[in-house]
Design a protein around this ligand. Structure first.
Ligand SMILES: C[S@@+](CC[C@H](N)C(=O)[O-])C[C@H]1O[C@@H](n2cnc3c(N)ncnc32)[C@H](O)[C@@H]1O
Length: 333
């Protein structure tokens, strides 16, 4: 089974993750498997990847596409939510992990399948669940939340300035019958926006907000960040070597985390988490003497977020809002 998804910032991911032969890595958002495949190549012949995704269709596609590393035991695929990273890593028997990658959001395979309900430009059922075993769909939310709750979702997760208007229109419309199709919602979100003001599709923010709410995306990200620190090895030998032997010029370095986000709400969570964990004191400003006892566990590798090159954005417009941040565990922390 082919994937339509082109991995975003592949070179940059490899540069910051630095996968080494013989190492163990976690791809918490395996998706189409593009990043995973590249990590497997770099860690050959005996490096391992634990690939997690909440979408069982994505996993089935990767299982078929990367059948060889799966049968060699080099790629272990798990259906699950990265919010439960520590448990999944433990149950999969992965220890001493050298790197964790998260490439957040949804893939082109999910977006391109109208039946998944992510697209405002092609009609389909109003679904938007990344994990299809989850009960709540976007239609359930749109048809059951109060007008105030809907407005809050559009405002908080979409930063949509017309949040109240759109929520009011939805509530009026659903009184006539349930809203079940993406085209219905896109029409309600776009209504009243003059054509000349449409720099982006006027339903973009409404769809983003609903997707985030349906999949509890920010809660999942907040839950996984501290777990990444717990599962990452706090001291690996650089240049592991295929037999795990240290090579020339070795130095002890900590495991690495690389996270790609696609909107400011996610990026802010990652930035603040890394800043806090890279700091030796998190006392409130102007506290005369440190009383928190906090110790830095991370070293931030990207002072500013890394963004895709202009060429990449032309070749893959999906990459345009991507931001990559990376950090390394402080050895011995
Ligand atoms: C942008 S795609 C990843 C693409 C992948 N890096 C590649 O190269 O093909 C994001 C993937 O993460 C999955 N995902 C999103 N949130 C998740 C979560 N909380 N737990 C597990 N998987 C998640 C989605 O189902 C989707 O397949």
């Amino acid at each position: 089974m082919q994937t339509q998804h082109v991995p975003v910032m592949l070179e940059e991911v490899l540069k910051y993750l630095q996968p080494k032969a013989g190492g163990s890595y976690v791809d918490g958002t395996v998706g189409g498997g593009g990043h995973t495949e590249a990590i497997l190549e770099r860690t050959a012949p005996d490096g391992k990847v634990l690939g997690i995704d909440s979408d069982s269709q994505a996993l089935a596609r990767v299982r078929e596409r990367l059948a060889q590393p799966v049968s060699d035991g080099r790629l272990v695929l798990v259906h699950g939510n990265f919010a439960e990273l520590a448990r999944i890593v433990h149950e999969a028997g992965f220890v001493s992990i050298q790197g964790v990658l998260l490439d957040l959001g949804f893939s082109s395979d999910q977006m391109g399948d109208p039946q998944r309900g992510f697209s405002f430009s092609v009609d389909g059922p109003l679904d938007m669940r990344l994990d299809q075993s989850q009960a709540l769909s976007a239609a359930d939310l749109v048809n059951s939340a109060s007008e105030q709750e809907l407005a809050d979702i559009f405002w908080r997760y979409g930063e949509e300035s017309r949040s109240r208007q759109i929520a009011r229109r939805i509530v009026r419309e659903r009184a006539k019958g349930a809203i079940t199709r993406t085209a219905q919602l896109a029409g309600l979100a776009a209504a009243g926006v003059p054509y000349r003001a449409r720099a982006i599709h006027p339903a973009t923010k409404t769809f983003q907000a609903l997707r985030i709410a349906v999949n509890h995306e920010l809660e999942g990200l907040e839950a996984v960040l501290p777990q990444i620190l717990d599962v990452l090895s706090s001291g690996r030998i650089d240049d592991v070597g295929s037999a795990g032997n240290a090579g020339d010029g070795d130095r002890e370095v900590g495991g690495r985390m690389v996270i790609i986000t696609f909107h400011s709400l996610e990026d802010r969570l990652v930035k603040e988490f890394m800043r806090r964990e890279a700091s030796d004191c998190i006392c409130p400003p102007h506290t005369p003497v440190c009383i928190c006892g906090h110790k830095a566990r991370l070293r931030v590798l990207t002072r500013k977020p890394v963004i895709p090159t202009a060429q990449e954005v032309i070749a893959n417009p999906r990459a345009r809002s991507a931001k990559l941040r990376a950090a390394e565990i402080v050895v011995g922390s």
